[in-house]
Design a protein around this ligand. Sequence first.
Ligand SMILES: Cc1cc2nc3c(=O)[nH]c(=O)nc-3n(C[C@H](O)[C@H](O)[C@H](O)COP(=O)(O)O)c2cc1C
Length: 411
Amino acid sequence: MKQDRHFPRPSELAPLMKFKGFEPDGRARRLAKAHTIADLRAIAKRRTPKGAFDYTDGAAEAELSLARARQAFLDIEFHPAILRDVSQVDTSVSIAGGRSALPFGIAPTGFARMMHSEGERAGASAAGAAGIPFSLSTVGTTSPEGVAEANPEGRNWFQLYMQKDRDKSMQLVSRAAAAGFDTLLVTVDVPVAGARLRDSYNGFTIPPALTPSTVLNAIPRPEWWINFLTTEPLTFASLSEWQGTIGELLDALFDPTVDFEDLAWIRDQWPGQVFVKGIQTVADARAVMDVGVDGIVLSNHGGRQLDRAPIPFHLLPSVRAELGEDAQIILDTGIMSGADIVAALAMGADFTLVGRAYLYGLMAGGREGVDRTIEILSKEIVRTMKLLGVASVAELNPGHVTQLQRLVPRG
Ligand SMILES: Cc1cc2nc3c(=O)[nH]c(=O)nc-3n(C[C@H](O)[C@H](O)[C@H](O)COP(=O)(O)O)c2cc1C
């Protein structure tokens, strides 16, 4: 079709030209381009040595537990309600005797200063700023006191692996209590370490060894190495001189004899609330609640322990039915978006924890990277809630979600 044409006029072009100011801070520039947790993962992969990235990103054996847990979140259908006033959305919840501004917290993960030199301090301070809890692992690379210093006003939780040297374990627990940590997560799914095969293939050890392949791999990732070599060396309360894979280390350290009687004893040592992390059956959920703990974390450890383990998100409705409305149920494993969190809350979780989503942010950009993780998840939660027509977490219910069937047990 013939159209009338003219030369573009400067007065028409001017309003279309939008040159954004150049952001001189490389980290801020990088993070601004990440709009999903998967984007943060991609940045993390580019910037972190293969050994540390794979230790974080990987899972046990064929990594089916993790893949299935993530797939289960993708395999849902949401059912929105329309014509509700969602101008204001309240994302806050009560969990473990306190408030959280968002319905997720940071899961305990070991060795965070290996992923990025800012490590647990970055996680704890970002969590504090966002008003959500931060969890410190027994095999963290920052002391309980250091975490309390990084997050002095906010909530810190401590995760316990019972070590063969029980006095050492309980000394760490006492230090966490003295530093004001309010909740204890007792992890029960590591009688032995899962087979994290990527670590074996990579020859990944603690501390990371300088071999020809790690040196080659370091060349395009100078910032990580400069930070690693010029900040405080990695030290651990219990394992300063280790030379081996992390799996071998965990096996040397942890006590595989821990049983329900020990759990009852640990419960009595802690002044605040106690949650058992790593529950994978309805029967065990009931059994630990009968011991008198305050709640459970339905989790398969992010797929890092038993491979082909139950999918926590699929287990959730039956565990909620067994424990009743009042039991506190936290869920983790496989969460990669705010929509996953909303789905978990709708299906009966009170709260969720994110492990890798936090660490991808940390590896992508230290403290600011963790801020970005929290911001991305928070925006996704708010948007999903608004699109579902709910103005508070309490309004979410199983009617908002169908778990589509792909991997379900045969009847
Ligand atoms: C690198 C890494 C280290 C972890 N270390 C611990 C740990 O020391 N103690 C623990 O209870 N769980 C640990 N976990 C498991 C997390 O607490 C959490 O259960 C898991 O990451 C949730 O799955 P997600 O990564 O898909 O969010 C670790 C997970 C990762 C990815």
